[in-house]
Every structure is written in structure tokens, then in C-alpha cells.
Design a protein around this ligand. Structure first.
Ligand code: G
Ligand code: G
Ligand code: MN
Ligand code: NA
Length: 249
């Protein structure tokens, strides 16, 4: 209850910030885009990570207005970043609320952001609720020209049929598989299988949580299209990202 009150207060006071983590093309190691990740700049406690407040924001429904703030802010901030793509995380709770596609459309319109540059990341938890409603919302978002990525792939009950049913453009292989690359042959076999699956369905594959050069090299050999992780860049503030973009030309 206390945390919930603090969350509401934080929204009114504008204590939330977005950090951005690079998403990189395998092989060329060029930055293709960034993923927006929310942070809470608490006046006393400092920077608070999403694991400490996003679950409560989801339970209380606060994630709906907060998620709209994320969409609007990310589109506005990323607008001047050339043709960099922008990935934004959406919670299952946001799909339970009608009008998610309108919120996406408004964020795009307000900032004049090219819909082709936007990608929304969803986890399979959206599939555990009203599938028809989620599918309808995803289709409407896709009709705006926005891409859809399946986040944390392989962690839950991911049924292969969902890949056929839902209009995913990208699969993000969960970092638990990436962690074991170079240590177990099975991890690489799983990555290759997901890449093959993606290719036969026309879906790009990305790997999360890449922390070493060895992991990156194996992912390239296994055929992953994109990589993301501390090895290529931490989530960073707008200032840090813009400095990095200037340096890399
Ligand atoms: O860096 P990291 O600790 O930022 O993120 C932890 C988790 O919080 C990730 O699973 C991520 O998907 C989630 N998360 C980060 N930012 C957002 C956001 O803006 N909206 C939602 N719904 N989840 C987010
Ligand atoms: O939306 P998602 O759950 O994928 O959010 C990404 C999360 O992964 C964020 O918490 C981010 O800080 C974290 N992350 C990003 N790169 C790495 C990495 O290389 N290693 C680990 N362990 N976590 C990472
Ligand atoms: Mn994500
Ligand atoms: Na993820």
C-alpha cells in the first residue's frame, strides 16, 4: 500500500526515466536500435530498477498510465536518433485494457515518429489471458506499421503454435540460453533450432544477455540476426546514448 502510494506520487512528480540499451546486428556489430527500459529516480533511494516496481504497477493497473508515458516519452526522445529502431516493452496488463492500439497510435502521432521504427516487445504472458483480445490488439498495432517482438522466448510455456497464430516479427531468445553458450553444446543446439524455426516462419531472431565476445561469436555462427547485452552496451541515459551516437558517427 505504501509502495503503491509512492508510485502514484512518483508519476505525478515525474520521477520516472527511460534508459536505452543498444540492439546490435550480428557480424557487422552495428547498432540497429535501442530498447527503452524504465527506471525510477527516487529522491532518497536513488535509481530503482523495474523489478522492484513494475510487478506492483501491473497488479494495481498503474502500468497502464505508466506504459502510456513510456510510449510517449520513448517516441519523443528517440525521434531525432536517425533511423535507429526503438523497442518498447508492453505488459500483459496493458493488453487487458481496451485501447492499447490507440495509445500506441497517439504516441506515434504526437512525436511524428515513423511507425516502421517502432517495435513492441511482449512476453507470452499475454497469451495466458484472453487470446482473442490480445491477438486483436496485436493485429491493430501491427496495422499501424509497428513491429512485434516476442520477448524472453523459451522461458515459459511457449507453445510453437503461438508463433504461427501471432504476428511476430522477431523472437528474442532468453538470456538463460545465452548464458550457457560456450559451456554446454545443448545451449548452442537450442539457439540453432530457434534460428531455424524463425527462418522457416520468416521471423528474425535476437539473443539477449550477451556478456562475452565468445557468446557473440557463437551466436553469429548459430545464425542469430541480432544481439543485445552488456558486452555491447549497458542500458544508458539519454545523454550517455546521444554521446555514444555522436562518437560512432
Ligand atoms: O533493465 P531491466 O532491469 O531494466 O528490466 C527488467 C524488466 O523490466 C525487463 O523484463 C523489462 O521487460 C521490464 N521493463 C523495463 N522497462 C519496462 C517498461 O517500460 N514497461 C514494462 N511493462 N516493462 C518494462
Ligand atoms: O525486457 P527484458 O526482460 O528482456 O529486459 C532486459 C533486462 O535484461 C533488463 O533488466 C536489462 O538490464 C537486462 N540485461 C541487459 N543486458 C544484460 C546482460 O548482458 N546480462 C544480464 N544478466 N542482464 C542484461
Ligand atoms: Mn524486453
Ligand atoms: Na527479455
Amino acid at each position: 500500500k505504501l509502495l503503491e502510494r509512492q508510485l502514484r506520487h512518483a508519476m505525478i512528480e515525474g520521477q520516472f526515466e527511460l534508459y536505452y540499451q543498444p540492439q546490435v546486428e550480428a557480424g557487422s556489430w552495428r547498432i540497429l536500435g535501442v530498447e527503452a527500459l524504465i527506471r525510477w529516480r527516487h529522491p532518497e533511494r536513488g535509481l530503482i530498477m523495474p523489478s522492484e516496481f513494475v510487478p506492483l504497477a501491473e497488479e494495481t493497473g498503474l502500468i497502464v498510465p505508466l506504459g502510456e508515458w513510456v510510449l510517449r516519452t520513448a517516441c519523443k526522445q528517440a525521434q531525432p536518433w536517425g533511423d535507429l529502431r526503438l523497442a518498447v516493452n508492453l505488459s500483459a496488463t496493458q493488453f487487458r485494457q481496451p485501447g492499447l492500439e490507440d495509445a500506441v497510435a497517439r504516441a506515434l502521432a504526437e512525436s511524428g515518429f515513423d511507425p516502421q521504427r517502432l517495435e513492441v516487445e511482449v512476453t507470452e504472458t499475454i497469451l495466458l489471458q484472453d487470446i482473442e483480445a490480445s491477438l486483436d490488439a496485436l493485429r491493430k498495432i501491427k496495422r499501424l506499421g509497428v513491429r512485434i517482438a516476442m520477448d524472453d522466448f523459451g522461458t515459459g510455456y511457449s507453445s510453437l503454435s503461438y508463433l504461427r497464430t501471432f504476428p511476430f516479427d522477431k523472437i528474442k531468445i532468453d538470456r538463460s540460453f545465452v548464458h550457457d553458450l560456450g559451456q554446454t553444446e545443448e545451449a548452442s543446439a537450442i539457439v540453432r533450432a530457434v534460428v531455424q524455426l524463425g527462418r522457416s516462419l520468416g521471423i528474425r531472431t535476437s539473443a539477449e544477455g550477451v556478456e562475452t565476445r565468445t557468446q557473440a561469436d557463437i551466436l553469429l555462427l548459430d545464425g542469430c540476426d541480432e544481439v543485445q547485452g552488456y558486452h555491447f552496451g549497458l542500458p544508458m541515459s539519454v545523454d550517455e546514448l546521444e554521446t555514444m551516437l555522436l562518437r560512432s558517427g
